[in-house]
Design a protein around this ligand. Structure first.
Ligand code: FA5
Length: 349
């Protein structure tokens, strides 16, 4: 009796160990046939019971049935574990084509770009051709040819970044402080009538504040023809301002000085950030106005230096700050926000 029950215990122990390493349905089925099948190990023991003494038969029979139940339960548990493992790995590998895609962040044009395009759009419709010029400029074009000789006080207003290199040993290179050098370049290579709008970046050695940056964009205007007067300048700028800001915004032209125009004016728009008389206002400082551009009638000496007859041709020029226009259009009260690169600011426009 002892030897048969030992044999049952041995079969049970070995079978449980073998079952634990069966990893798929096929090896589980092979295990079932080998252990519990018709000619399986345990079945063989049960068959032999018939030849035993009645008392021993009862004890061995009970032991064999218990082992059979344990093994059958283990078989079911193993089948379930393997099924679950297969399902989990199938789920991990699965591509669920019904899931929504990950959202792609859509970029947009920088607010200054949007406003520059709008400015140029209006001027193009008013008959101006858009051209561009170099940001690295010769001293001669940025200052000299614009009637700002060395030691002229206006140079202080437009201090900039200089390069060590020199061209022909005398005309140092700089980052242009305004787009006005393109007046000279264009006049030197074209004949009147001229109507151009010149967008581009400019650089200044500047103490920055809410309305001043060290890098700024300008759009320059130049119109040269027979019979051009101050009235054309005023009419062009007022029509441009109306299209940009709408009829509700006030535009003021006041007397100003730039060496390359005569007479010269400054164009300002009424303050959008305060009622117009708040001395603490960072946009207008209580003046009620935000300066947009300088402008004026092209100086006759510049007309003459270009090789045009100053008795026949006159013209006007203007240079506006694109960020300043953007401040008014978009209601931005600190110019430094435009290039601070904060997506929370930029995403608003
Ligand atoms: C000029 O740059 C002249 N070239 C304008 C001009 C052109 C006058 C043609 C006459 C004829 P001004 O330095 O004032 O002028 O600058 C023109 C405009 O650029 C200003 O009205 C302002 O809108 C903008 N601007 C000037 N400096 C800054 C700055 N640091 N940051 C932002 N915008 C500026």
């Amino acid at each position: 009796m002892t030897s048969t029950t030992d044999r049952i215990a041995e079969i049970e122990r070995d079978a449980l160990a073998a079952l634990a390493s069966a990893e798929d349905d096929a090896s589980i089925e092979a295990w079932r046939t080998r252990v519990l099948g018709r000619s399986g190990e345990l079945t063989g023991v049960l068959r032999g019971i018939g030849g035993l003494e009645a008392e021993e038969r009862k004890a061995v029979g009970a032991e064999a049935n218990r082992a059979k139940q344990v093994l059958e339960a283990a078989l079911e548990a193993r089948r379930e574990a393997v099924r679950r493992a297969a399902l989990a790995s199938a789920e991990a590998d699965a591509l669920d084509v019904t899931l929504p895609g990950r959202p792609v962040g859509i970029g947009r044009l920088h607010p200054v770009t949007q406003v520059r395009r709008k400015i140029l759009d209006v001027f193009e419709r008013l008959g101006f051709q858009v051209i561009e010029g170099p940001e690295v400029e010769l001293d001669e074009y940025n200052f000299g040819a614009l009637r700002i000789p060395e030691h002229h006080p206006a140079r202080d207003m437009w201090d900039t970044f200089w390069f060590d290199e020199e061209v022909d040993g005398k005309t140092p290179l700089l980052l242009r402080t305004h787009t006005s050098p393109m007046q000279i370049r264009h006049m030197q290579s074209h004949e009147p009538p001229i109507r151009v709008a010149v967008p581009g970046k400019c650089y200044r050695y500047e103490a920055t504040d809410a309305t001043h940056e060290w890098m700024l964009e300008q759009v320059e205007l130049l119109a040269i023809d027979e019979g051009i007067s101050m009235a054309n300048l005023k009419g062009t700028l007022e029509e441009w301002a109306r299209q940009m800001f709408g009829p509700g915004r006030k535009v003021m032209l006041r007397n100003s000085y730039f060496p390359f125009v005569e007479p010269g004016v400054e164009v300002a728009v009424d303050c959008f950030a305060c009622p117009g008389d708040d001395p603490a206002c960072s946009v207008c400082r209580g003046s009620g106005w935000l300066e947009m551009m300088g402008a004026g009638m092209v100086h006759p000496e510049i007309i003459e230096a270009a090789g045009y007859d100053p008795e026949r041709y006159t013209g006007f020029a203007a240079g506006m700050g694109v960020e300043r226009v953007a401040m008014v259009m978009l209601g931005v009260s600190d110019i430094r926000d435009f290039h601070a690169n904060d997506p929370r600011f930029l995403a608003q426009f």
